[in-house]
Design a protein around this ligand. Structure first.
Ligand SMILES: [Zn+2]
Length: 104
């Protein structure tokens, strides 16, 4: 639920309210901030997705590479640990960096 702070009394109020329920002052619309926050949201989502890819790659590498000491019930092709997991990791890293540095 989107909330924001009342500029007059400092209470947290619901975003859709035009009037503060605590001090009954009219809350000015913050239309100018909306596009900027939406832009940074896109970048943040890319960073989060990139970090998720990196985490997934690390987990795959950990288990498929046999570092966990666990006996997996199915054999894993070496190509997974040699190429696919690092590829996924680098892709996630690239996406995270792209979202962090270049997202509009
Ligand atoms: Zn208020």
């Amino acid at each position: 639920m989107p909330t924001r702070q009342c500029p007059f009394c400092g209470q947290v109020v619901h975003d859709s309210l035009a009037e503060c329920p605590h001090c009954h002052e009219t809350i000015p619309e913050l239309r100018a901030d909306a596009p900027a926050s939406r832009r940074s949201d896109v970048g943040r989502r890319k960073v989060r997705r990139g970090l998720l890819c990196m985490l997934l790659a690390a987990v795959i590498h950990y288990f498929a590479g046999g570092y966990s000491g666990m006996q997996l019930p199915f054999p894993i092709q070496p190509v997974v640990t040699v190429y696919l997991a690092p590829l996924l990791f680098l892709a996630g890293l690239g996406l995270a960096l792209y979202g962090f540095l270049f997202a509009p």
